[in-house]
Design a protein around this ligand. Structure first.
Ligand code: IVH
Length: 707
């Protein structure tokens, strides 16, 4: 039966270079399990498997003590996730809400409020009803109208400082608008992701072999809490404001008045919110939102009722950790039971094998479900899911159906444990999983037709070449007919069609016009931005963000290709000490794993030939545009070192990058400025040795002032 891929490489023969890569991978794996366990309450491996991963790190670190990273899982207390976020004490705690599950619970809530306030039995306290957004709550502190701090909820009393991350959200104003702006205000609300954005992001993550999120909420949480704010910036996060903490003045005396003020101040306020004047009103709102739920662009898990008058909110106060003036009316979980007919394996662009459950169609929450993801071999083994089983399914976060459990009593006597294939179902190559990775991959690479087709689909996808009229369906057909086997074939299609007896225009579903349009759309893309081209290559771990980093760093196609070839040439069994590899590794945001993936790609001659063929058909690879407007530091390479006082490292980096500077992790001849805080050590010394300009924080600020 499938087991977690526990690391097995023999320690005695493990080289230092390999150890370094493995440690990084293990740390990432553990971090992702920590997150699932501590934050999502959804562990995906057993305790024993988790311990095995940690023990492997300990063993490797014992052998190579100088590889112990400061943020290694072994250097953190207990198993708590290692994170680089500072703690923030909430001036007013961020508490939770009590729950109501029925109409009676709601009537009881209203009765309690009434009794507490000593109101007449026939008087209804006006109530604001709001959708309960399923994201993560965030508190934003503004002083004199300017955003100064953003903090997650954490345990309600202490959260994490995510200021630099929050600043990248379009729906979080940096400066409050309107005329009544209290000197100090803390605005609270929910960071969330649209379901469609979540699906698109997950697809991208899957293609690049990155973390796939279980639902939009996890995806929003994972995207906001990134140490590298450029990753947060690249994620489509949204924000609804609905509450507040410390306020030096209250611009209104009602909940609905405050929401109107939040709207004027520049926040998004949920448009469905309603002021209710009776219990019937409230319940009608609940039912109506329940009906709209599946069609809303974002996930909600209930509605929230809040007493409208703020003086009453004040009097009602809190009981334990929840306010007496508000309650959450939850929706029932959308579950259903059906039969799992078959487990099929899909082969992705990077060879990842993903098991998919084919279900007897069933309606869950108004949507017909026929497939459910099974994630990986471990998931199937852990839940002991077998073909023929009756399973309970759930639309997790409303989007991707998941299998919650198996109804064992209904298991047919013939059902056998699922044997995860050890050969690729498409090309027959053997299946392997990398150390510390649960994903199993087809090792067929270039010979696997499934990988080839997926690579082509990726090549023409929206963030890559984005060719109108050439989607997944057409790629599959053209591939099956031998018309397009490699990216370059797309660009020779017209020429070949002119010579061919079997014209494209004669194909079913095509005509003169559509073919002409297709050729025009292809010609349109003979000029392509470097970052799109790099992304289109479909190299593992090179998502949209990394492709941009690389494009910005190398500037031109030739510089990029030459550097990658030099880095690939520097690869030896003992590691890679070539200057090109070091330079690649030094790009802030690029680590060993990304660098290794690039080297692996460029070390394969067939990949290089395919790339050269492709470039031969293009007219121009456009260097990546630098951020608009020239700043004194655009195009410069900057290194921040030592402890900075005026801003966090993340903030400094984000600002420098906005101004068009490249931020590097280490000092070299190519560094233009080193900004040194207190206790700057070896980097400062190296800068002096190399004659690189060294600036204090103030000098740096003076230089970028006014930008
Ligand atoms: S009010 C003191 N309003 O639900 C209570 N919360 O279960 C302040 N949430 O932590 C919260 N939508 O993350 C409120 N319209 C809404 C909400 C909402 C989602 C979340 C929030 C809170 C959790 C409580």
């Amino acid at each position: 039966m499938a087991k977690t891929a526990t690391p097995t490489a023999d320690l005695s023969t493990l080289t230092k270079a390999k150890a370094k890569v493995e440690l990084k991978r293990l740390a990432l794996t553990i971090e992702s399990h920590n997150k699932k366990y501590y934050q999502d309450d959804a562990p995906s491996i057993s305790d024993a498997e988790y311990d095995a991963l940690r023990q492997r790190i300990v063993a490797i670190e014992e052998k190579f003590p100088d590889l112990v990273a400061r943020d290694s899982p072994t250097q953190t207390v207990g198993a708590a996730p290692a994170r680089g976020f500072a703690k923030v004490q909430h001036a007013v705690p961020m508490l939770s809400l009590g729950n109501a599950f029925s109409a009676e619970d709601v009537a009881e809530f209203v009765g309690r409020v009434r009794r507490f306030l000593k109101r007449d039995a026939d008087e209804f306290p006006a109530i604001v009803a709001e959708p309960k957004i399923d994201g993560l709550s965030l508190s934003l502190r503004y002083e004199l109208g300017k955003l100064v701090k953003a903090a997650t909820r954490g345990d309600g009393f202490t959260g994490e400082d995510v200021t630099a991350n929050a600043r990248t959200l379009k729906e979080i104003p940096n400066q409050l608008a309107g005329t009544t702006i209290p000197d100090a205000c803390e605005i609270r609300g929910e960071v969330y992701m649209l379901k469609s954005d979540f699906l698109a992001l997950n697809q991208k993550q899957e293609e690049t072999g990155d973390t796939v999120f279980a639902n939009p909420r996890n995806s929003a949480a994972g995207s906001l809490r990134q140490k590298d704010v450029t990753i947060t910036a690249s994620r489509p996060l949204k924000f609804f404001a609905y509450a507040w903490g410390e306020m030096s003045d209250l611009p209104s005396d009602t909940q609905h008045g405050m929401l109107a003020w939040l709207d004027k101040a520049g926040f998004s306020v949920n448009p469905l919110i309603k002021l209710c004047r009776s219990v019937d009103d409230v319940l009608e709102f609940y039912n109506s939102i329940g009906e709209q739920r599946a069609a809303l662009g974002y996930d909600i898990d209930g509605v929230v009722y809040k007493v409208d008058r703020l003086d009453w909110q004040e009097r009602l106060g809190f009981a334990g950790r929840a306010p007496r003036w508000a309650i959450a009316h939850k929706f029932a979980a959308e579950q259903a039971t059906t039969i799992l007919e078959k487990i099929e394996i899909q082969v992705g662009r990077t060879g990842a094998l993903t098991p998919v459950a084919r279900l007897q169609p069933i309606t869950v929450g108004g949507v017909v479900v026929q497939n459910a993801t099974l994630h990986n071999a471990d998931e199937i083994a852990r839940k002991d899911i077998r073909e023929g089983d009756t399973v309970v399914i759930q639309r997790a976060g409303d989007v991707i159906p998941q299998i919650v459990s198996v109804v064992i009593e209904k298991r047919p006597a013939t059902a056998r444990p699922y044997d995860f294939p050890d050969k690729c179902p498409r090309c027959g190559s053997h299946v392997a999983s990398e150390e510390g990775e649960v994903v199993r991959r087809c090792t067929g690479g270039l010979i696997c037709p499934a990988q080839a087709v997926e690579k082509l689909k990726h090549f023409v996808s929206r963030l890559a070449f984005d060719i109108d009229g050439l989607g997944d369906k057409q790629i599959q057909e053209f591939y099956d007919d031998g018309l397009v086997m490699h990216p370059v074939d797309i660009f020779t299609l017209e020429r070949r069609d002119a010579r061919s007896a079997k014209k494209l225009a004669d194909r079913e579903g095509y005509g003169e016009t559509s073919v002409r349009n297709l050729f025009a759309a292809i010609d349109d893309r003979r000029k392509i931005e470097l970052n799109r081209l790099i992304f289109a290559l479909g190299i593992r771990h090179i998502g949209e963000g990394n492709a941009k980093l690389l494009a910005r760093h190398y500037g031109t196609m030739n510089a990029f290709r030459d550097a990658m070839l030099a880095a690939a040439a520097g690869k030896t069994a003992e590691g890679n000490t070539s200057e090109a590899y070091q330079d690649l590794n030094d790009i802030d945001g690029v680590g060993d794993i990304v660098a290794e993936a690039l080297v692996e790609f460029f070390a394969e001659p067939r990949n290089v030939i395919a790339l050269n063929d492709l470039i031969g058909e293009l007219e121009e690879v456009i260097p990546v545009a630098q951020p608009a407007g020239q700043s004194p530091v655009s195009g410069k390479t900057v290194v921040f070192t030592g402890s900075l006082e005026k801003f966090t490292r993340d903030e400094a980096k984000a600002r420098a990058e906005r101004l068009g500077a490249k931020v590097a992790g280490s000092v070299s001849k190519k560094t233009d400025y080193v900004v040194a805080g207190d206790d700057a050590g070896s980097k400062l010394k190296k800068a002096r040795d190399l004659g690189v300009a060294v600036l204090t924080e103030d000098e740096w600020l003076a230089m970028i002032e006014g930008t």
